[in-house]
Design a protein around this ligand. Structure first.
Ligand SMILES: *Cc1c(COP(=O)(O)O)cnc(C)c1O
Length: 297
């Protein structure tokens, strides 16, 4: 088993930006995008305790679900490659050749892909669907879609303690809400977390974050909120305004923001600073949950 080098704790750096400074806010980036070249940052946090559990339970195979552009699928494939598991990815929809960059990367890391039509995919965790997958691929350790379960949330709960500066607020993007659920649990008294939904109609996230916190810790914390107005049309949808923000941010700071999640969060952070929601004197940490990924290696 060949463990690659992980950069943990991930670096924290202050972002010097006139649009932040003039409101008296201090903004820091938590660079989870630098944790490892093959694991989108928060996906590693979500996988690590699951990999330990899979090993401990004697599993040699991981199976998980995702869309064709899922960072979680790619991270699971990489985990299999680096930590000695076979991996199966159940992809929503039909097979398309040639494979897109995420799925091509996943197969290069040894993942076996199989496809569920949308109806079967909707029932993916039903016993008979899982039984069929077991008959086809053999026994497996099941990771949920997006990777969010109690162990994943516990992994994310370690993030705040890594931050060695004083801060008031942590901001992160939300897909399933697992990252937010963990981060909020890991905060100290008087600190709060704000999640930014990357998808339209993100109000369901409140219930999901509560459920994930209950599963992971047996209790729900009241120190977090979800902002749902920065989705730019929906999941993996973009608008010129977001692209302009990404280009401008790169020109100012030399960092190209991942657009599905991170750029929408960052846009929201700047908007809340502009609106005075984040107030003068407030120290805000924005988590860069992943890199502007190309899956080229
Ligand atoms: C998966 C992902 C998220 C969403 O994390 P959840 O725990 O599902 O809310 C955020 N940012 C990036 C870069 C991701 O890949």
């Amino acid at each position: 088993m060949n463990s690659p080098a992980f950069r943990l704790p991930s670096p924290i750096e202050e972002l010097h930006d006139e649009r932040v400074r003039r409101h008296g806010v201090r903004l820091y980036l938590k660079r989870d995008d630098l944790i490892h070249p093959e694991f989108t940052g928060n996906k590693w946090r979500k996988l690590r305790y699951n990999l330990a559990a899979a090993k401990e339970q004697g599993h040699s195979r991981l199976l998980t679900f995702g869309g064709a552009y899922s960072n979680h699928i790619a991270a699971t494939a990489a985990a299999g490659h680096h930590f000695g598991f076979e991996t199966v990815g159940v992809i929503r929809g039909e097979a398309h050749e040639p494979l897109n960059s995420v799925l091509a990367f996943s197969t290069r890391r040894g993942m076996v892909l199989t496809y569920h039509d949308r109806d079967t995919y909707r029932h993916k965790t039903d016993a008979d669907v899982l039984d069929r997958l077991r008959a086809q691929f053999g026994d497996f350790y099941l990771l949920p879609e997006g990777g969010s379960n109690a162990l994943a949330v516990k992994g994310c709960a370690e993030l705040p303690a890594e931050i060695d500066i004083e801060f008031d607020t942590v901001c992160c993007a939300c897909g399933t809400g697992g990252t937010l659920a963990g981060i909020a649990h890991g905060l100290r008294k008087n600190q709060t977390a704000v999640g930014f939904a990357a998808l339209k109609g993100g109000d369901f996230l409140v219930g999901d974050v509560e459920r994930l916190q209950r599963e992971a810790f047996g209790a729900v914390s009241s120190n977090w909120t979800v902002r749902t107005e920065f989705h730019f049309g929906g999941f993996a949808k973009r608008r010129g305004e977001l692209d302009a923000f990404i280009d401008d941010f790169e020109a100012r700071h030399g960092l190209r923001l991942e657009w599905v999640y991170v750029a929408k969060m960052m846009y929201g952070v700047f908007a809340l600073i502009e609106q005075g929601v984040f107030r003068s004197g407030e120290r805000v940490v924005a988590v860069v949950t992943g890199p502007d990924q190309s899956f080229s290696s």
